[in-house]
Design a protein around this ligand. Structure first.
Ligand code: NAD
Length: 368
């Protein structure tokens, strides 16, 4: 097998996980890493995520067949400029991991235009609230979309070659134009983060005057605000590099809020019913129940009695199956499907768990 040198700049959650995924299918590849801080650099070396690491970005770039920039968006653009001045291997493939693609693709087309390099934008669409090399996970991108955004520097085989190199991620590769990527993610990712943060702030202010707000907030509220815990720095740069699309979603949403406010004001019972029903039907049709997006998982809800050892009994049945999370919904259960929520990484594990628990117990098992 051909041996390649892969250079990953930024050994955080994304860079570290990409390195582990590449190694899984290509143990013979040499993985070099750059990281600014000692901490993640040392962890990456200790965990065998990279073979060698540097604190000087320029040091390893000329040795690489593939360069992956897995640093914040602004820094990715700075590194693209740096790469344009270095003496790189002929035909080196350069890619990135940024959550928005427009500015990065523009920078690559501008600064790397006359260089003998290939460039394609990448957005591996999986993440977590954790960061740093410590959080790197070989399974992070399993079944997740890995989006390529081609540029004028993408050659006929660039994407095919990257797919082979990244095969160990077990991701779902897809190609889309950078501007369309940014528009679609503004709707399904960026705007929901704004909404979630706004809702959290609103509830926080309200709680100052209505103390019970803190106690009554339950499943629905938790679902709507989970992503308000995301890393502020990353979200600031996402919004500032996708301004136009995000502002358009905000404007559109204001109109929708006005519309529902008007229906309520006018006591329009049918109108309100239709408003909810349309949303319900649309949600049923959308493919959001399948894994593919950021931080998604497969959830199983088990309606268990409040008795000793029940949870242990279920976990015993799941011995050998890897769980992403386990949660006991013990507060207000009004809008929750079952008291024990177990999250799995793959549909296969979910189906297995559903089968075993249904066969071996009398508890009601639900998949949301
Ligand atoms: P992280 O905080 O885990 O790692 C970021 C890395 O960049 C670290 O190694 C850090 O040392 C380095 N870094 C930060 N600022 C730097 C600077 N000014 N100069 C040099 N190095 C610097 O973050 P992450 O989640 O791995 O994010 C990396 C990239 O991946 C970002 O562009 C982000 O938009 C993108 N991304 C993140 C997610 C997610 O959910 N976390 C998902 C998809 C894509």
């Amino acid at each position: 097998m051909e041996e390649k040198v892969i250079y990953i700049a930024g050994l955080g959650l994304i860079g570290g996980s990409l390195a582990l995924g590449i190694k899984r299918d290509h143990p013979n590849y040499k993985i070099l890493g750059y990281n600014r801080s000692d901490q993640s650099r040392n962890i990456a070396l200790e965990r065998g995520i990279v073979d060698e690491a540097t604190a000087n970005f320029e040091e390893f770039a000329p040795l690489a067949d593939v360069i992956i920039l897995a640093v914040p968006i602004k820094q990715t653009i700075t590194f693209i400029k740096t790469l344009s001045k270095l003496d790189l291997k002929e035909n080196v493939i350069i890619t990135d991991a940024g959550s928005t693609k427009g500015d990065i693709v523009k920078a690559a087309e501008r600064y790397l235009a006359d260089r003998p390099v290939q460039f394609v934008g990448s957005h591996p669409m999986a993440g977590s609230h954790k960061s740093g090399a410590i959080a790197a996970d070989v399974n992070l991108f399993e079944n997740a979309y890995y989006i390529f955004t081609p540029t004028s520097l993408t050659k006929e085989n660039t994407i095919a070659e990257l797919k082979t190199i990244l095969s160990g991620l077990h991701a779902r590769f897809i190609e889309i134009d950078a501007a369309e990527h940014d528009r679609v993610t503004s709707q399904v990712s960026h705007f929901p983060h704004i909404l979630s943060a706004s809702l959290m702030e609103q509830a926080g202010d309200y709680a100052a005057e209505h103390e019970m707000t803190n106690y009554f907030a339950a499943g629905g509220f938790r679902d709507m605000t989970r992503i308000a815990e995301s890393e502020p720095g990353m979200w600031t740069s996402i919004l500032l590099t996708n301004k136009e699309a995000v502002l358009s979603r905000i404007d559109d949403f204001k109109g929708r809020l006005d519309e529902v406010a008007q229906l309520i004001f006018q006591n329009d019972e049918d109108g309100i019913w239709n408003y909810f029903n349309d949303a319900r039907q649309t949600r049923k049709k959308m493919k959001i129940h399948k894994r593919g997006g950021v931080e998604s998982s497969y959830d199983l809800f088990v309606d268990v009695p409040d008795e000793e050892d029940v949870i242990l009994e279920i976990l015993e049945l799941l011995r050998g199956t890897s769980l992403v999370n386990i949660h006991i919904n013990e507060e207000n259960r009004e809008d929750i499907f079952g008291i024990l929520q177990i999250s799995f990484k793959s549909a296969r594990d979910l189906e297995h768990a559903q089968k075993v628990i249904t066969e071996k117990t009398n508890y009601k098992v639900l998949i949301k």
